[in-house]
Ligand binder design. Sequence first.
Ligand code: UT7
Length: 329
Amino acid sequence: MQLIDAAITAVHGYVPDYVLTNKELETMVETNDEWIQSRTGIKQRHIQKEKGKATSDMCVEVVKGILEKSNTAPEDIDMIICATVTGDMVFPDTANTIADKAGLKNAFGYDINAACSGFLYGLTTGCQFIRTGMYKKVIVIGADKMSSIIDYTDRATCIIFGDGAGGVLLEPNHEGNGFQDAILKADGSGRDILHMKAGGSLKPSSVETIAAREHFVYQEGRHVFKKAVNGMINTTAELLKRNDLSVDDIDWVIPHQANIRIINAVADGLNCPMDKVMLNIEKYGNTTAGTLPLCLWDYEDQLKKGQNLVFTAFGGGLTWGSLYLKWAY
Ligand code: UT7
């Protein structure tokens, strides 16, 4: 079968208005701005505070921006994938809610639950629907309202996460640009070091699970840190090798924004100068599935047609991987 190249043709992002600063966190838990900045690189994060608003509402803003920028009618979208761990409800999936709210009358879609690697998984999946010729316009979104599952009495996690959404439109490309290759990995044996203990079928919500604060993110930070550094270096190095590329051939590395020290270690491990590495952790913190498309949104003006981009991420699952694409505009 002759595959058709799938390229990103529009990018948009959205973060809620409310800014939660390190200073404000100092009033909530035993922490300080200096510790947070030096250990994570984060200065602030955005929080969706309005009652009745959810992940889908951030995604609708992203979809609207994408449609406007690409001059696309809502009914022309064939498919929407939403990568998230904070869907509006356990079911139905958030992609359907977004399609309804944004008027994507002819789109089908679904959610992908791959935590911080969600956008990588979603982008890879969405591209395959274009490559086979099955669909012509696919939206892939990475979005999380992390504030809905964060324990703001736990200083080990509440300082890291923020809310945000970003997404892309994928369309066929006939100039050799777009998706080139991806290596995606998963290791379920690591599920215990980053997860939410209750609320699923293993431990349904109960008075006891609420009292035990088991509906929040649980993370063994140091463990995750080491695995994230190794995982992202390994899949990126393997991806470069199998595509006959060196770091010099790469214009931009887009790493998951979990911790500036992780990003520095990954860049170091790949011998990649930091001026090729997209960074915005300072402004948004870790928005889980939102970090990669939010980076694209922030750096869109600096991207040039034909440039080589490598994405890499690591997160709960455990899930991780790297993706190589050529920028198309
Ligand atoms: O995005 C999904 C994947 N997630 C990640 O990639 C995150 C990976 N992990 C991390 O980014 C880091 O492990 C954290 C930012 C979560 C924690 O940083 P760390 O340098 O690994 O700190 P630590 O857990 O080793 O703790 C060092 C010390 C401890 O005190 P003692 O035992 O040395 O006295 C902690 O209690 O720092 C203390 N600490 C804090 N102090 C001030 C932990 N959190 C805080 C805090 N403020 N917020």
